[in-house]
Design a protein around this ligand. Structure first.
Ligand code: PEP
Ligand code: MN
Length: 443
């Protein structure tokens, strides 16, 4: 800390400040300038003299080290990676998708949603059993019965569970039934709850208070960390501003800001962040693009009839389309993209056509990307022919034949691969010919 004295401060005032600092076991280094005195304060527990700025003769006291002792990069340079049931979160691991309903309403809707999340490649199932609602008359959640249903959904799908804890007395049940304890936006300042979550080892998803600065949010994380639980994931879920076009203002800049301040993983919640279904996909892609370690998304089998947050919940086809988009942008784990997947077929022909059009344009783009790489190989090998490698083509065709898709069989997939290879060969011949021509007739 640096204490700046007022111009013309009395020597007695400077001495009083230095005595206070030393009495608290810290060191004070006085430097006398032409106009004013500056005192450097050094020591571990700077907070003991936090009030020095109000002493007579002091103009201001400036903190130079981070007050977030355990959360800060000063404390730990290596980014934290938290592994939940084998799923790595943070420190450069692929984007983690947590998804599920706002509230657990019934076994049927929960299991249906859990199976969809699993099928589409989501990693963690969300669902609220205790709902902190703005109105005491709104649905408050199924409580412990909801937690039991979540645990049953986990048993069916293998997906770990994230759910919100609203009171310290629920800790035992949460340790039994969930894999990540969510602390909600409204409870970010509930220090008793934070300490309780800090007493266990279950990872904590700490949502940003909608009126909290990033500093206050990190101090809340500090409560969990200092109580002994190092497994904290931060979740940006939007803050309240003057803007009314969205339910909250999703502060995506918090992601890179936090990267410069903390080693903890950061997840983004575009559902509460926007409050509007139509904005969730673009803000999820935005979150991934700015480096979020994960997204948490509300999905419901019948959003217009959801008991809470229906306006911001994605339908099943919308969630499937978002997962496709994240996969195409390579934000998801690479291994996920090659695996044959069962997609949820939209209800109307119009929606089906729209998804097919999107897939076709991705498909053509991918084939072109593949062709550029094939050309790169031919150039690296320095071949002047079209450079195709018959043995490798043969093994690619065999691999396609051995693949069983959800609806296409091996023979049909081999035909697709064969068409891709044919087009690629033709392109390489054309480039090789152009190359030879340009050598013969130099410009
Ligand atoms: C929720 O995740 O359903 C929720 C209530 O979120 P928040 O605490 O961010 O409002
Ligand atoms: Mn919600």
């Amino acid at each position: 800390m640096i204490v700046v004295m007022r111009a013309g401060a009395e020597k007695a005032e400077v001495d009083a400040v230095c005595s206070l600092i030393r009495a608290e076991g810290l060191e004070a280094f006085v430097s006398e300038g032409q106009e004013r005195v500056i005192i450097g304060v050094v020591g571990i527990d700077i907070d003991r003299v936090a009030h020095v700025g109000t002493m007579p003769g002091v103009e201001q006291a400036i903190r130079v080290t981070s007050p977030h002792k355990l959360a800060s990069l000063e404390h730990q340079r290596d980014r934290t990676r938290i592994t939940v049931k084998g799923i790595p979160i943070g420190a450069g691991a692929p984007l983690v998708v947590m998804a599920g309903p706002c509230s657990v309403e019934s076994p049927e809707m929960l299991f249906e949603t859990a199976n969809l999340v699993k099928r589409e490649g989501g990693h963690v199932l969300r669902g609220g059993a205790y709902k902190p609602r703005t109105s005491p008359y709104a649905f408050q959640g199924l409580g412990e019965d909801g937690l039991k249903l979540l645990a049953e959904a986990r048993a069916q799908t293998g997906l770990p569970i994230v759910s919100e804890m609203t009171d310290a007395s629920q800790m035992e049940a949460f340790e039994e039934y969930v894999d990540i304890i969510q602390i909600g936006s409204r409870n970010m300042h509930n220090f008793t709850l934070l300490r309780a979550a800090g007493q266990g080892r279950t990872p904590v998803l700490l949502k940003r208070g909608f009126g909290a600065t990033i500093d206050e949010w990190l101090m809340a994380a500090e409560y969990v960390l200092s109580a002994g639980n190092a497994n904290v994931i931060l979740c940006e879920r939007g803050i309240r501003t003057f803007e009314r076009a969205t339910r909250n203002t999703l502060d995506l800049s918090a992601v890179p800001v936090l990267r410069e301040m903390t080693h903890l993983p950061v997840v983004v919640d575009p559902s509460h962040g926007t409050g509007k279904r139509s904005l969730v996909a673009s803000m999820s892609l935005g979150a991934a693009a700015v480096g979020a370690d994960g997204v948490i998304i509300e999905v419901h089998p019948d959003p217009p009839h959801a008991w809470s947050d229906g306006d911001q919940s994605l339908s099943f086809p919308e969630f499937a389309a978002l997962m496709d988009e994240l996969r195409r942008s390579e934000y998801l784990r690479r291994g996920d993209s090659g695996r044959p997947r069962t997609v949820s077929v939209p209800a109307t022909v119009g929606d089906m056509r729209e998804r097919i059009d999107t897939i076709d344009s991705h498909l053509l783009g991918l084939v072109d990307e593949r062709a550029q790489l094939a050309l790169g190989i031919a150039r690296a090998k320095g071949t002047d022919d079209h450079g195709h490698d018959a043995a490798r083509e043969h093994s690619l065709l065999e691999r396609a034949r051995a693949t069983q898709g959800a609806v296409l069989d091996g023979e049909e997939l081999e035909q697709v691969m064969s068409a891709v290879l044919r087009a690629s060969r033709q392109m390489q011949r054309r480039h090789a010919a152009e190359q030879r021509d340009s050598v013969r007739t130099p410009a």
